[in-house]
Design a protein around this ligand. Structure first.
Ligand SMILES: CC(C)(COP(=O)(O)OP(=O)(O)OC[C@H]1O[C@@H](n2cnc3c(N)ncnc32)[C@H](O)[C@@H]1OP(=O)(O)O)[C@@H](O)C(=O)NCCC(=O)NCCS
Length: 149
């Protein structure tokens, strides 16, 4: 699917894995190792999409199924390409895939300090569900968001 000239969203393939790891680690404060990310991809590849600009991967979304509903495990857009509607498109496309496989609720966790992402998710219809104290390895709390799709 072409968003604008040269920018495409498509299903991720095995060949994109290195780029997904690069964008994931470069843009998200995470403790996920490359092998954690590869395991997630291999378990839930149906829910992984990448955005590419010509040949370069500039963003991705990694979805999963967790406790009977959709879950966003990772979402990032490279700095130079933010605020152009790409994150929104990535969420829409993975929502569509969740619905197609019979899941109509999606959850995700955000670091308590990640105000930008919280504003973004609110705009996409997510509402704050609860807080998990000390969820991240460095002790930061996570805010759980959820949405009916
Ligand atoms: C969160 C993120 C994926 C958003 O991607 P993006 O492509 O910049 O978002 P979009 O351009 O689709 O924005 C959609 C809407 O959210 C708003 N928005 C996006 N980022 C925002 C921010 N940091 N602060 C306030 N609003 C924001 C946009 O203004 C836009 O609003 P509009 O629909 O009224 O025009 C991107 O900022 C990112 O990769 N951040 C670093 C990684 C991260 O924190 N991921 C989430 C936690 S896993």
């Amino acid at each position: 699917m072409e968003i604008e000239y040269g920018v495409q969203i498509r299903k991720a393939t095995e060949a994109d894995l290195r780029d997904i790891v690069r964008v994931w680690k470069g843009n998200i404060r995470t403790i996920n190792t490359s092998s954690d990310i590869a395991d997630l991809y291999h378990s839930f590849e149906r829910y992984f999409f990448v955005v590419s600009m010509v040949d370069k991967v500039i963003g991705f979304v990694g979805g999963a199924i967790r406790r009977g509903h959709g879950h966003i495990s990772g979402l990032a857009v490279a700095k130079d390409y933010r605020m152009k509607g790409i994150g929104k498109r990535l969420l829409k496309i993975v929502d569509h895939e969740f619905l197609a496989s019979g899941f109509d609720k999606v959850t995700l966790e955000v670091r308590k300090s990640n105000w930008g992402a919280m504003k973004f998710y609110k705009k996409q219809g997510y509402r704050r569900a609860c807080l998990i104290k000390g969820y991240y390895a460095d002790g930061e709390d996570a805010i759980v968001y959820e949405k009916k799709i």
